[in-house]
Ligand binder design. Sequence first.
Ligand SMILES: NC(=O)c1ccc[n+]([C@@H]2O[C@H](COP(=O)([O-])OP(=O)(O)OC[C@H]3O[C@@H](n4cnc5c(N)ncnc54)[C@H](O)[C@@H]3O)[C@@H](O)[C@H]2O)c1
Ligand SMILES: [Zn+2]
Length: 351
Amino acid sequence: MTNIEVSASKDYSALIGSGLLSQLGTLVRPVVRGDNVLLLCDERVAALYAQAAEESLRSAAFQVRRLVYPAGETNKTPEMLISILEEMARQGMTRSDVLVAMGGGVTGDMGGLAAALYQRGIDCVQVPTTLLAAVDASVGGKTAVNLPAGKNQMGVFSQPRMVVCDVDCFATLPPQVYAEGWAEVVKSAFMKDGPLAGLLEAYPDVRMEDIVAECVRIKRDIVCADEFDTGERQKLNFGHTIGHAIEKCADYGCYHGMAVAAGMCIITRACVKTGVCGAETYEKLEQLLDKFGLPKTCEFTEDALYTAARADKKRSGERITLVLPKRIGACVLKKTDFSEVKTILELGLGR
Ligand SMILES: NC(=O)c1ccc[n+]([C@@H]2O[C@H](COP(=O)([O-])OP(=O)(O)OC[C@H]3O[C@@H](n4cnc5c(N)ncnc54)[C@H](O)[C@@H]3O)[C@@H](O)[C@H]2O)c1
Ligand SMILES: [Zn+2]
């Protein structure tokens, strides 16, 4: 098991390893005060893992109740959030009790927000079961639900009490859901120099635990430097400005990670043409995306993507902060005129 200490407005451990679900109770016991656990999961994850999680929690003398909701991003709503809060109240949960959010990023984001709001905040333990949630959503304290006006528009920063990631859970992921998690892993390799790029090259002859741990370390370092997302943390948006535009053009009918992969590729191709990075950076990115079955472009036109990107919530006025790759292991933030997105799309799509 790898233990990564996160030191943000709250200090906590992110534990990563194989077989951790069966140890959940003993891992969580020392860090929470109360005896009552609400286990939140969507119906798919409940069918696969709720029993094992409950047994482990009960064997550590927790009283466990399960709250299951229908799977999918469309359920990450204020209405669902309220129904979770009402259930917590019906069950008489107190401020020393704990919510365990077990599942993908939807459960993590919504469970994290419910825990942050209930009685002004109770402990939340994140148990990510998708690769995306393990390397991205579960660490860092961003919680949210969606509004009709946009994704993640209603939320707070609230760090979990602990993160427990059992990498064995990835074995049951649908192939596309697994693949899109790899897009965020590849993204992580651009954030900082370190062992991740080598691990990805050596995959599959390396331990999944080591890959996830390295991604979590990278995210931890960025989050600790900029918990509230005013600077450094924006680097995590590499590939996301164009990725979000692709998602919007696809009417959110595509996988986020697939869109991010194409977004990283498009901006990197443009950066090679403008001399921000060398051709070898693009070639390495391409190799990694091929290896993990991720797309390198998209079907939409520059104009359609540009119009969609204009609606990106990260835009303030006519200026935008772009994340430009310098090489694997380094990217830079560039505050620029929004019109530069058009140039990037023209160069990156190259048609
Ligand atoms: N808070 C953050 O910093 C942050 C970062 C990135 C993404 N997110 C959020 O994360 C969400 C996307 O995360 P996601 O892709 O994990 O979505 P998700 O929670 O919808 O999970 C994807 C699907 O996989 C299923 N699933 C989960 N674990 C499984 C397993 N082990 N085996 C089989 N099926 C399993 C789920 O039931 C679901 O159908 C988005 O809402 C996004 O906004 C948050
Ligand atoms: Zn993402």
